[in-house]
Design a protein around this ligand. Sequence first.
Ligand SMILES: NC(=O)c1ccc[n+]([C@@H]2O[C@H](COP(=O)([O-])OP(=O)(O)OC[C@H]3O[C@@H](n4cnc5c(N)ncnc54)[C@H](O)[C@@H]3O)[C@@H](O)[C@H]2O)c1
Ligand SMILES: O=C(O)[C@H](O)COP(=O)(O)O
Length: 630
Amino acid sequence: MIATGRKYVFDFDSTLTRVEALDVLAEMTLKDRSDKEAVLEEIQNITNLGIDGDISFTESLERRIKLLKANKADLAPLIAALRKKLSKSIEENISFFHDHSEDIYVISCGFKEFIDPIVADLNIPSERVYANTFKFDADGNIIGFDEDNVLSSHNGKIQCLKDLNLEGEVQVIGDGYSDYVMREAGIADKFFAYTENVHREKAASNADYVTPNLNEFLFVNDLPRKVSYPKNRIKILLLENVHSDALERLSEEGFSVELIKNALPEEELIERIKGVHVLGIRSKTQVTQKVLDAADRLMVVGAFCIGTTQIDLDAAKKKGVVVFNAPYSNTRSVVELAIGQIIMLKRSIFARSTEIHQGKWFKTALNSQEVRGKNLGIVGYGNIGKQLSVLAEAIGMHVYYYDVSDQLALGNAVKCNSLEELLGLSDVVTLHIDDNKDNENFIGEKEISQMRDGAMLINLSRGFVVDISALAAALKSGKIGGAAVDVYPEEPRSNGEFFTELAGLENVILTPHIGGSTEEAQKDIAEFVPNKIMEYINSGTTVDAVNFPNIRLPKQQNSHRFLHTHKNVPGVMAKINEILAKYEMNISGQYLSTDPDVGYVITDLDKDYNKEVIQELKAINHTLKFRVLY
Ligand SMILES: NC(=O)c1ccc[n+]([C@@H]2O[C@H](COP(=O)([O-])OP(=O)(O)OC[C@H]3O[C@@H](n4cnc5c(N)ncnc54)[C@H](O)[C@@H]3O)[C@@H](O)[C@H]2O)c1
Ligand SMILES: O=C(O)[C@H](O)COP(=O)(O)O
């Protein structure tokens, strides 16, 4: 036993277990009854009224037992079911119960018949379990409870704890107001409202601490725990209306997540980033050096999109901040839009549609052509360019492509050796080059002059890639026969007014940067990026990071994991291992990866560590970030 001088008094239902045991029992005993749902609802209401102190506990117990119609024979399956319903973080921290066995008590208004066997698994013996007991009739039917037990009466927990007369600091951990009353009555020193399974406002608002799981409770008490830093303390700020699945996924994992609809201007982001561990953005939020300098806790930036030039990747790396994106999730959405736009432009559909909206009927084949047999020029033959190539061929187009890097032609696509060559032979030119700032004004007056007369231009890549004034002039002069533009040199941070020189021009399709904005793409991104973030936070894995050495070290059994990010200068690794050797720590796994700027090493150790080794590792010269995972 590790002595702390404290006594820990746990509630059972919805604290040690995820459920209320009598609700589970009711599910079993009522399963064949036609009025099951109504009775279950009534039982749950009565349970909550009792927990919140709105009816007397004795009344709540009497009414529930009557409705339950349970028998002794139901207890074995109930115990089996409850065994599978231990609260997640309780299960993770079984060692706490073993190490502090003699200081742990259970005081519950539930029943010893099912509590005893469950908490015995946590090393809590029956003599430290205080709870009610059932009364049975000759046939084993549960007909009531021992009314002489203080726990069967209203606020019975107060009397029960008083009678125990415990020494040392007494901490009560429970989900209900009926647990708080022990603190209110002055018999307990602290009340922790336990919200892992249910958040009861009345208990939480009165608590000394609200603890969303046992890790947080152990952290507050500075006790050994499964994770070095409880997840609820990890703050995630999601901007730009990322799909709500991301919020759900990250919240379910236990992080504290805040979602903001818009992108934030630099000054505001500098304020909001303080204390944030994970930032989630899309293409509008600029994560500048200044923002990174203000970020005192930042570990990860998740770009919930493809592009990452809105992030100062280098500055992030030098601060040990890892950046992930979603390189493929919206590829198909962009490709489908491009196919649609090619057809719409070649048929002048938007012009015809606008006329009808204005009350005009103008049936004509003028400027209306099939796409079959026409030349499509794809500039940037990457993920989007290649997939578009396949689909465009499937509808009968001849595909030409140009890329600065060597790219294998798919299908019958033909590679062009220069942009000029591609521009000279394409009926439709579509831009899918990356968001590299060197691509600014990639298509300007000169390039437009190299295009076929009446050819169409599509830009679904980045706004700064096209000189908008040059494009507007070419559309007005008829040099260009139509354009589809989804991205602009300056885009608003939130929905509202927007002006562009291209507005009002004929056969021009304008969309508000929605190439990747489909349900499917956003849902996929909301799975992909949070998974990367969680892998990094939970195991240190950086596979697929865009600015960091990519490593993954498989988890070792019974080990501790240290993550060390440092400037890539000679001697740091040697220093890390020298310190570990000094503290006689045995390395069970280690993986280092470097790039020219940083080194990132994951080390697994098979021995308990003390705080001094952490301090020494943190103090190594050139350390950028250090984290103990578990
Ligand atoms: N409109 C939207 O909503 C939307 C959605 C997704 C992606 N995008 C943008 O689409 C673009 C392409 O995305 P991707 O996933 O196919 O990227 P990718 O990195 O897979 O492909 C880009 C290709 O462009 C090539 N390239 C870069 N500069 C070039 C140049 N000057 N000349 C010729 N080739 C050049 C690269 O070599 C690469 O093969 C990116 O800019 C991305 O940000 C926009
Ligand atoms: O980079 C991207 O993936 C696209 O430009 C889409 O960006 P968005 O998520 O801001 O729409």
